[in-house]
Design a protein around this ligand. Structure first.
Ligand SMILES: Cc1ncc(COP(=O)(O)O)c(C=O)c1O
Length: 377
């Protein structure tokens, strides 16, 4: 029975002190989406980069939505977005009535291809449809080609929203991802490297924009005694209870990054004898939190990713195909896209392996042994 215990893809990993912070919030009766734990959690997050302020919100999706509003994106505007991502990166473009334009991946980091980005911007400017913003995703915690993309965006004066939902603890040249551009987004959903059960944050180096985000996130209530509203508001603020969980979690971020990287290296070493399996490696300057360990299977092998996924599922081990690119999603089928086949190939051949930081080495060994069993090595 124990041998067959479910191994999840990326379950929450509680550190132990979360309960004490939540108890304190109860004792102080700060149960609302405001309070001392929320302030403290924002302060802790702002330490990730000294120039940045933080608005803690109900989700990473809410953070992207508010970033688009604050960047001035409006109905019928065009917004460029990484195609290889989770739908939450792109859905907020629709919330504001704008048009997503999807850009395929390059092969080194699997993130937005700078050449295609350049091509898209030039073509759209020619059509008098200059993009209003770029949503750049650092998928699975791997840094995108941030310097090249920032240079392109700057040369056309287009703001970037860095979707670092999966990349807390990842760095490029020692700098936390999400802090390179105009806006950064983190997620604290239950499957992320640290969690607040559900939650997210917008980070920005312009204090006024963070104040605006907090204002919009609390129903855009004007600063008067009665309820006065001049703008459409949202109920997007993080609850003080969730922030209390976050205070317990953030103390362990460093440890969690170390363990995620150990898990990646464990799989990489243990599966090195299987030539049909390859891994996504860091390039110069990049430091990934390896939120999920991802593998690519050889397309000429008789074992495809569905075969491997269902084989693991049979043994109560959860794995998952890589994200299906947005330009292949039915909901976005009418959107413009600039493609090169890279993300489609990744989707067809790629699998995420269980990467929860609470996994013991014997759990990792169980996953590895079941993979080896299928490959007969
Ligand atoms: C790449 C990416 N962007 C955005 C989000 C949205 O975050 P949330 O679930 O906190 O809304 C997620 C995760 O859920 C994600 O993986």
């Amino acid at each position: 029975m124990k041998e067959n215990k479910k191994i999840w893809l990326s379950p929450p990993h509680m550190g132990g002190s979360e309960r004490a912070f939540v108890q304190e919030a109860f004792d102080l009766n700060w149960i609302a989406p405001s309070g001392p734990h929320l302030c403290n959690f924002e302060n802790e997050l702002s330490k990730l980069s000294k120039d940045f302020d933080v608005a803690a919100l109900s989700s990473g999706t809410a953070a992207i939505h508010l970033a688009l509003i604050i960047a001035g994106v409006q109905k019928d505007d065009n917004v460029i977005c990484s195609s290889f991502t989770f739908s939450a990166s792109a859905n907020p473009i629709k919330y504001v009535g704008a048009n997503p334009i999807f850009i395929d991946s390059e092969k080194e980091s699997w993130n937005m291809c700078p050449e295609l980005l350049m091509k898209a911007i030039k073509q759209m400017i020619k059509l008098n449809q200059k993009p209003k913003a770029i949503i750049l995703v650092h998928l699975y915690g791997m840094p995108a080609k941030i310097e090249e993309i920032v240079n392109i965006a700057n040369s056309f004066q287009i703001p970037i929203i860095e979707d670092a939902a999966e990349a807390l603890g990842s760095r490029y040249k020692q700098q936390q991802l999400g802090t390179f551009t105009d806006y950064g987004v983190f997620s604290f959903n239950g499957n992320k490297i640290i969690t607040t059960s559900g939650g997210g944050a917008l980070v920005c180096n312009d204090k006024k924009k963070i104040l605006k985000a907090r204002f919009l996130a609390t129903q855009a209530r004007e600063n008067v005694a009665h309820y006065e509203h001049k703008e459409v508001g949202y109920n997007y603020r993080m609850s003080n209870i969730c922030a209390a969980i976050g205070l317990g979690q953030i103390k362990f971020l460093h440890d969690r990054v170390i363990r995620k990287r150990e898990i990646f290296n464990f799989y990489k070493n243990a599966l090195s004898s299987i030539k049909d399996i390859t891994f996504l490696n860091e390039t110069k300057g990049s430091f990934s939190n390896y939120w999920l360990t991802t593998i690519l299977l050889n397309s000429n092998s008789t074992i495809d990713r569905e075969k491997l996924r269902s084989h693991l599922a049979k043994y109560n081990i959860e794995s998952r195909p890589l994200w299906k690119p947005m330009h292949l999603q039915p909901i976005f089928k009418d959107c413009k896209s600039y493609t090169n086949g890279v993300s489609e190939d990744l989707f067809n051949r790629g699998l995420c392996l269980p990467s929860g930081t609470s996994m013991k080495n014997k759990d990792l060994e169980r996953v590895v042994s079941k993979i080896k069993e299928l490959y007969e090595v």
